[in-house]
Design a protein around this ligand. Structure first.
Ligand code: 5RP
Length: 218
């Protein structure tokens, strides 16, 4: 599986061109892209990166990629991972806990490229949905999530880069990702949730038969 992740991540770096502002996602698949972009920078590529987490900031620094803060930048291309991708190219993200910054960066990106191995392509979501919540009164948010049919579990010992908790929420099915994303974010105390709807432009899938590219038709 590592080879498939690496192949997808390396392929995605072909979208990175001189002079670009590049969003750098978080996770074990994106790590391969960051390392590869670091090599490209050493070979003379001029880009500026925007990190989606402290972990990625550290990796980018080690790889020698110059970083800028998000601020008002328009991002040319972002490479990020996902926990699951459905047939409409909606995503579940946040397994690594960086969903808020990842979604902010994705929303500012002209092209969002998702890198995954083939096991993450699904017809319907099943990965527990990460929901970032403020610490204050998090149990009251968990109660509301239960009323919506979720089974939330506090991610033990984990604090996000933004100082919040994550509730990993099991469910039987998510019928309408767009409605669910909006509904979850309307609960007071929810900061962001891991449903990424209409944000992915290209999904690069590492398969045993080679690289497969899925493009959004939106
Ligand atoms: C982090 C994420 C990651 O992109 C997602 O969890 C996939 O990670 P990995 O490539 O390690 O499987 O959303 O918040």
């Amino acid at each position: 599986m590592e080879e498939l992740k690496k192949a997808a991540a390396h392929h995605a770096t072909s979208y990175v061109k001189d002079g670009m502002i590049v969003g750098l996602g978080t996770g074990s698949t994106t790590k391969y892209a960051i390392e590869k972009i670091g090599e490209m920078v050493k070979d003379g590529l001029h880009i500026k990166g925007i990190a989606t987490s402290r972990e990625t900031e550290k990796l980018a620094n080690e790889a020698g990629i110059p970083l800028v803060p998000l601020n008002e930048h328009d991002i040319d291309v972002t490479i990020d991972g996902a926990d699951q991708v459905d047939g409409k190219l909606n995503l579940i993200k946040g397994g690594g806990g960086a969903l808020l910054r990842e979604k902010m960066v994705a929303s500012c990106s002209m092209k969002e490229i998702i890198v995954v191995d083939e096991s993450k392509i699904v017809s319907s979501f099943s990965f527990p949905l990460p929901v970032e919540v403020v610490k204050f009164g998090w149990e009251s948010v968990a109660k509301k999530l239960r009323a919506f049919g979720f089974t939330p579990k506090l991610r033990e010992g984990f604090i996000t880069d933004n100082g919040n908790y994550i509730l990993d929420c099991k469910y039987t099915s998510i019928e309408n990702a767009e409605e669910m994303e909006t509904m979850l974010n309307s609960i007071p105390g929810v900061v962001e949730n891991g449903l990424f709807v209409k944000l992915a432009d290209v999904v690069v899938v590492g398969t045993k038969g080679g690289i497969k590219i899925i493009k959004s038709n939106l």
